[in-house]
Design a protein around this ligand. Structure first.
Ligand code: SP5
Ligand code: ZN
Length: 367
């Protein structure tokens, strides 16, 4: 009997760097209470395990020069991220009051500073709030090392995608909430933005970041707000229905100046499942096409799946496969960058389904 169901390995190359393990957020401060947190090292390990079982090949991450990796961030924020843990320790805060992570306590709210220049404060406790916009994104001993590793993996995936057509970066911490000069939402450096910069420069033409994480991709929206060469689109749970990042992600945000029209937000009602969500993904694809994108970066959060602890969307594994098919169907060089996804029992299968979808979409598109 011939085998009617031969094992076909996943052909999308996977970039993974184990330096992500150095980032142990140590929980999140949520409404003032330290909770366990969901952005844990086990996430990337579970994804990798599922990719291995699917037969994927693994590429080493290449270190990108600082000027490439950190180009979209304020050097002062970068300096802080690099040094924060050391400064925190030196200040004795780990002993008194006994806080083993860098946690902000005061923020330069626009209503506080009233448009005056925001100084870098002298106290390390206040410096944390200078660049962090929430209380949930803590810095520990290995955070910088891991964040740098994640952005390198994303850039490596973009380089491979420019040459070979497609690649996936299995990276953490995630990046899509990080703006030029602020971090939060479990994100420190914007991995997808750096990948898009690399892809645009390699392909010598406009690209698009298409974000299917359950939460709005506010980081890339902000970084490329006036930039027509990197279009940004995001499908996410409606911030107007009470969901993170609460203040951003509305359909009325379309970009400005030269970038007017080059941002698209498609907020979805809580409870939205495959049908309307996939229509929105198709709209993102059409948006990339009409922006003249020569390549795309997919910000692949799988937290829109039903059962994810951080979002109320109800997308299925087959929904993620369908999203992959639509995105792959564009037939463009594609770098896929891991964002959120917090259900450890399903994160692996969700990513594999999305990547299998991308692969079959690319085949249908004639590649
Ligand atoms: C990358 C990404 O998906 N970031 C999403 C961060 C959203 N975090 C919002 C947290 C809102 C409170 N969650 C309650 C969980 C209690 N531990
Ligand atoms: Zn998310």
């Amino acid at each position: 009997m011939p085998d009617t169901n031969p094992f076909v390995p996943l052909s999308i190359p996977v970039v993974y760097d184990r330096s992500h393990r150095f980032h142990e957020p140590g929980g999140e401060i949520w409404v003032g209470v330290r909770t366990p947190g969901t952005e844990v090292p086990e996430r990337a390990e579970r994804i990798l395990e599922a990719l291995r079982a699917a037969g994927a090949r693994h590429l080493a991450s290449e270190g990108a020069p600082e000027g490439v990796a950190l180009r979209f961030h304020d050097p002062e924020m970068v300096d802080w991220l690099r040094d924060a843990w050391g400064q925190w320790q030196e200040s004795g805060l780990t002993e008194d009051p006994g806080q083993d992570r860098v946690v902000p306590y005061l923020f330069p709210h626009p209503g506080l500073v009233g448009g005056l220049p925001v100084p870098v404060p002298a106290a390390v406790t206040a410096r944390a709030g200078r660049w962090c916009f929430d209380t949930m994104t803590l810095i520990g001993p290995g955070t910088w090392h891991a964040a740098r590793g994640a952005i390198d993996a994303a850039i490596t995936a973009a380089s491979v995608a420019a040459l070979e057509g497609v690649a996936y970066a299995c990276c953490r911490p995630p990046g899509h909430h990080a703006t030029r000069d602020a971090y939060g939402g479990s994100c420190y450096l914007n991995n997808a933005a750096a990948a898009a910069g690399m892809l645009r420069d390699s392909l010598e033409g406009p690209v698009a970041i298409l974000d299917v994480d359950a939460h709005h991709g506010n980081g890339a929206q902000s970084i490329f707000w006036s930039d027509p060469t990197i279009a940004t689109g995001s499908v996410h749970v409606d911030p107007g229905a009470g969901w993170f990042p609460h203040f951003l992600g509305f359909a009325s945000e379309r970009g400005d100046g030269d970038g007017a029209g080059a941002n698209l937000n498609l907020p979805q009602a809580p409870g939205t499942g495959d049908g309307p969500w996939l229509e929105a993904v198709a709209e993102l694809c059409e948006f990339a096409r009409s922006a003249g994108a020569r390549g795309i970066v997919v910000a692949l959060g799988v937290d829109a799946a039903g059962g994810d602890p951080e979002s109320p969307l109800e997308v299925t594994t087959e929904g993620y496969r369908g999203a992959g098919e639509l995105l792959g169907g564009l037939g463009l060089p594609t770098a896929i960058v891991q964002e959120g996804g917090y259900d450890l029992d399903t994160i692996g299968e969700l990513v594999v389904a999305a990547l299998e979808g991308v692969e079959s979409g690319r085949v249908s598109s004639g590649l």
